[in-house]
Design a protein around this ligand. Structure first.
Ligand SMILES: [Zn+2]
Length: 366
């Protein structure tokens, strides 16, 4: 496996601003890069030359001339680097390897015995190696960047991991995940970094999933209903993690004071009520409860959109979208003025893995 960050051009804020302007666009001229970045044309030319040397940027033909000579258009070379996104879901792991554009290149899955966290780290590392080897093979087959070919493999830049919280994103340490007492205090980030020799980023599954949404601008609430209920929040374009990186515990707000006991120790949490409705086969009721919670978030945070994901939602997406939208329409005082669209996560069941790869990629594209 190629070692991490062996592309010097990826370092430096100005280079990532230029790469950010190139990501997801077909052809951009140096003049547009200067205008978009606020850098001088000379600085842009220097950075572009470096990025081309590294194989990260290539020419994409000629644009309409603006004065004398025609403009050379530039594009990102997505095959020049890879990132692994890990979805660790208690007893299963899925690893999706994406190129620099965030497009999936390879996917591997496996079951895990979750009790011993060190064994979980071994299992995750093995699946990452397998997926990376498959992706590097695919990238070579597709005629990857010159530099990658010269070095004998497309570099894997890092590994992002989305897993159930609570956890400390800054320290990379797991906390008391329900039902898995031995995970408490386990330094999963460093354990994986040591096994793989790569930089690793650890985050909650809900935070990873919201990063998989195609629109990063404005404010998005991602609600995840699977074996639990949580939220990922992008506020004013940035992922909101909170002071202890534990924001998004959306499922543990009390909505029924004398309700059933929740795994968290309290009673009548939104999560325990939603899960009870699902167990009783009342999907519409679970959707309505989710909508009640979503309406509270919309009133509190005034967001642009609500996105739904997780196994329970994906099993009946129409019921959930309708149910949540109906509660928003009923509970937000002026639904015409504060119209908030409700949709299902674009990456479906791969939302956490796709977003986990973005944990590595997004910082390269400021
Ligand atoms: Zn609870």
């Amino acid at each position: 496996m190629s070692s991490a960050l062996n592309l010097p051009a990826l370092r430096g804020h100005n280079a990532s601003v230029v790469l950010g302007l190139l990501r997801g666009r077909d052809g951009v001229s140096r003049g547009e890069l200067a205008a978009g970045s606020g850098l001088t044309p000379q600085a842009v030319s220097k950075i572009v030359a470096r990025l081309r040397d590294e194989g990260l940027v290539a020419e994409a033909g000629r644009g309409e001339p603006t004065g004398g000579k025609p403009r050379t258009l530039l594009r990102l070379v997505p095959e020049a680097g890879l990132a692994a996104g890990v979805h660790l879901d208690r007893d299963r792991v899925a690893v999706l390897v994406a190129d620099l554009a965030g497009r999936p290149v390879a996917l591997r899955e496996a079951g895990l015995h979750p009790e011993d966290p060190a064994a979980v780290a071994d299992g995750v590392a093995a699946v990452v190696r397998e997926a990376a080897a498959a992706a590097q093979g695919a990238a070579q087959g597709a005629g990857a960047a010159r530099r990658a070919a010269a070095e004998g493999g497309t570099p894997l830049l890092g590994v992002g991991v989305g897993c159930p919280g609570p956890l400390d994103h800054a320290a990379g340490v797991l906390h008391r995940v329900t039902g898995l007492p031995r995970w408490d205090g386990f330094p999963l980030r460093d354990a994986l970094a040591e096994r793989l020799g790569l930089p690793v980023v650890l985050d909650k599954d809900t935070n990873a999933a919201v990063l998989a949404e195609p629109v990063r601008a404005g404010s998005t609430v991602y609600l995840h209903l699977g074996s639990g209920l949580g939220a990922g929040l992008v506020l004013d374009g940035a992922l909101y993690r909170g002071a202890r990186t534990n924001a998004g515990e959306f499922g543990h707000q009390t909505v029924q004071l004398d309700g059933p006991r929740c795994d968290c120790g309290n009673r009548g949490c939104l999560e325990v009520l939603c899960l009870a409705a699902l167990r009783a086969g009342d999907t519409a009721g679970a959707a309505r409860l989710l909508g009640v919670g979503a309406a509270g978030l919309v009133r509190l945070l005034d967001v642009d959109r609500v996105v739904l994901g997780g196994r329970a939602v994906l099993a009946a997406p129409d019921v959930f979208v309708r149910g949540v939208a109906a509660e928003l329409a009923a509970r937000v005082p002026d639904p015409a003025w504060q119209a908030v669209p409700v949709s299902v996560a674009r990456a479906g069941e791969r939302a956490v893995a796709r977003g986990a790869a973005e944990l590595v990629l997004a910082p390269l594209f400021a």
